[in-house]
Design a protein around this ligand. Sequence first.
Ligand SMILES: Cc1cc2nc3c(=O)[nH]c(=O)nc-3n(C[C@H](O)[C@H](O)[C@H](O)COP(=O)(O)O)c2cc1C
Length: 392
Amino acid sequence: MGVFLPDDGSAAPESLEAYRLRGGYGGYARARRLESEALIAEIEAAGLRGRGGAGFPTGTKWRMVAAGPLPHHLVVNGAEGEPGSMKDRTLMARAPHRVLEGILIAARALQAERVQFYLNDEFVDAIAALTGAWRECEQAGLADVDLQFVPETHVYIAGEETALLSVLMQEAAQPWHKPPYPSEKGLDGEPTAVNNVETLAAVALIMERGADVFAAERPMLFSLSGDVRRPGVYEAPEGISLATLLERAGGPLAGQHIAAVLPGGYSMPPITADRLAVPLSSDHLRQLGTGLGASLIAVGSERGFGQLGHDMMAFFARETCGKCPVCVKGCQVLRDGFEPYLTRPPSTEGQEALMLTAKKYRHKGICSFLDTAARVAESLVPLMAPADRPSV
Ligand SMILES: Cc1cc2nc3c(=O)[nH]c(=O)nc-3n(C[C@H](O)[C@H](O)[C@H](O)COP(=O)(O)O)c2cc1C
């Protein structure tokens, strides 16, 4: 039985009535009887970490916002721009009430009267499901906050929280240098919690089932795409082994094996084929020098790492917001650095030169964008089979 998504086999959004039949809004009923402090303590006890990619502890973020001067804001991040990620859209389109219940609870914990819900305007199914579900909430007397949906033209960087807040303040989609963090000075310079859609759905689950049950079961949504037979959104406990998840997705495409898996869309270094038994948790992946982000992308043995590196760096070069010249230049240099290896492996010297280039762009720029591109490039270079050495 799915706890995030209904498993009724339908593609339609779940109605308020159906959601209530599986316990929906029971968590909010409980939350209404609790004060902000008790709600935050429960989220902390559940050990919830943000599901937008950075894995920041949600309770800690909320405590910082709650401690600041009023008014407080809640901003919902429904941008879902990470390549391969489809979990947030699926959640919004299929279980809109799960997300809305989490918003109502979060707004109460944060003492936020206004909530802005940022969305990619291409997610027409999700927008229709959410607005329809919110109307049901209004009719049922559940709509206790001023909730505004803000669909915007998609650009990748707008998913980064400070760029997102800039857009909501009618400015260009460009990040600002942190500090100040949004929890301290966010929307209109006021304390703001920016939370991912799945994080808020998990908040609803914690209040419905209790922090202990959540901490024991650690339910999560995994977007798994790339060279597997059945790409899709899988609900599984955090800590499931990557190999088991790959099996659930039907394993590699015919005639191939899995050469690597990107565990954070384009933002995290790959897990190599010899490490597929790793449990999917932030702590385990950190030990492998990578992290658990918004999506998992399986790389089949027929997809060369030179090609992959070039595709990924071309994405960064296209999506840089342009604020920092070093980022614009660095992403282009990295993309061009992989170009000679689209069809042939590098020599040892070529490999070393590309590695040095990648290192040069680490920790540069005002946000993490260029550093991420450089870190990922650095991790892919050793995987390209050198012409004068056997493959790693
Ligand atoms: C380049 C970039 C893109 C991002 N895109 C998204 C996104 O599409 N959706 C999202 O929820 N978080 C995204 N994030 C993470 C947000 O900055 C932020 O950490 C998140 O919304 C916080 O919510 P959470 O704590 O609930 O995960 C992105 C971060 C970066 C650096």
